[in-house]
Design a protein around this ligand. Structure first.
Ligand code: PLP
Length: 394
């Protein structure tokens, strides 16, 4: 079939492919140790669920304004100000179908064929594909594992060309968990501002930071509004992945363009999900703190467990809920890359992991610790066993 070039340029998400193979085994009753999911294992907090039920009973089931109901857009701006010290108003805010849709709308509204978009690697799998869809060119910037995969301003400066239109920063990062230090983030912003380059800050994991780190947004920097696009999501912070609510905070002309695009594609986010989101952002946030405390415990367990496996190294993730160990010492001997390794781990150990190639960094595996301590321990046992058997067979 002759499909459009724009769709032939992109591929199905590699994480989705791994999860689909795992799902097949699960359906056969196989006991999987599952480090695959990029979503919280906690239920959506009850107050949020109840708000959706209330909205349903009150008949809030009609079309809403494309950019979202006024009270939700207002709540997003106020919540962001309270959490991070930003200063957005309703015309600078649009509610979209998750953070992914925000990025899609923003990239389609800004990027042209020939534009270059800087994407620090390891990167979230979706960035390069949306960029390719628009006809622009993704340009990876390899970050340094010995520097905890943190993006540095000088790396950005040296990757810029006359065609550079945009930089995407995801801090904390999926998959590495790296958190860009505040002062460095501001230097990165300065580099972009001086060259009139858009800085997209993907704040999907903003509230899952560990140790002394505190949630941070570049939007707190005075005067940054004209050059940055905040891509936010309720998916991870409030355990709402299935509800599909994200938002952008950006200059008004861009929000208008994104709204125009959205009006001709998805229209508004599901009405009852918007009322649930309104409750999430105006109600108590103690469930978020409880999730963070649990992720923190799990992070410590998985990182120490991985580091105890011979031949495995693991940078300490500062945020999000992923560990990103280097397993390259275990490649070779018929297993040429981590894609092949992930396949064998699934077949032989019923262990689900995502290969590093998916994130632009061969030699690594992504392990989500959005799963219980017991399952983390079971998964670590299987991984260690596999590597020990493979070593013995060498
Ligand atoms: C880095 C990053 N950004 C954005 C998203 C989008 O999330 P959603 O579309 O559910 O808001 C994800 C989801 O996994 C992610 O990992």
């Amino acid at each position: 079939m002759q499909l459009a070039a724009r769709v032939n340029r992109i591929s199905i998400s590699p994480t989705a492919a791994v999860l689909a193979a795992a799902e097949k085994l699960r359906a056969q009753g196989v006991d999987l140790a599952d480090f695959g999911p990029g979503e919280p294992d906690f239920p959506t907090p009850e107050n949020i669920q109840n708000a959706a039920i209330r909205a349903l009973h009150e008949g809030r089931t009609k079309y809403t304004p494309t950019a979202g109901i006024g009270p939700l857009r207002d709540a997003i701006c106020k919540w962001h100000t309270k959490q991070f010290g930003s200063a957005y108003s309703v015309p600078e805010c649009i509610v979209s179908v998750g953070g992914k849709h925000v990025l899609f709308n923003a990239f389609c509204s800004l990027l042209e064929t020939g534009d270059e978009v800087l994407i620090p690697a390891p990167y979230w799998v979706t960035y390069p594909d949306i960029v390719l869809f628009t006809g622009a060119t993704p340009v990876p910037i390899m970050t340094d594992p010995s520097d905890g995969f943190r993006l540095r301003a000088e790396q950005v400066a040296s990757a810029i060309t006359p065609r550079t239109k945009m930089l995407i920063v995801n801090s904390p990062s999926n998959p590495s968990g790296a958190v860009v230090p505040r002062d460095e983030f501001e230097k990165i912003y300065e580099v972009c501002r001086a060259k009139n380059i858009w800085l997209v800050t993907d704040e999907c994991y903003s509230h899952f930071v560990y140790g002394n780190e505190k949630p941070y947004s570049l939007a707190s920097v005075p005067g940054s509004k004209p050059n940055i696009i905040v891509a936010g999501s309720l998916s991870k912070t409030f355990a709402m992945t299935g509800w599909r609510v994200g938002y952008a905070l950006a200059p008004e002309p861009l929000v208008s363009a994104m709204t125009k695009l959205q009006s001709q594609s998805t229209s508004n986010v599901t009405s009852i999900a918007q009322y649930a989101a309104l409750e999430a952002l105006t109600g108590p946030m103690d469930t978020v703190a409880a999730m963070l405390a649990e992720y923190s415990r799990r992070r410590d367990r998985i990182v120490s467990g991985l580091r105890a496996i011979p031949g495995v190294t693991c940078v300490e993730p500062g945020g999000a809920f992923y560990a990103f160990p280097n397993v390259s010492a275990h490649l070779g001997n018929g297993i040429s890359d981590t894609t092949a390794l992930s396949k064998v781990l699934l077949e032989k150990q019923h262990l689900v992991v995502v290969p590093g190639e998916a994130f632009g960094t061969p030699g690594y595996l992504r392990l989500s610790y959005a799963t219980s301590i017991e399952r983390i321990e079971e998964g670590l046992r299987r991984l260690e066993k596999f590597f020990a058997m493979a070593e013995a067979a060498r």
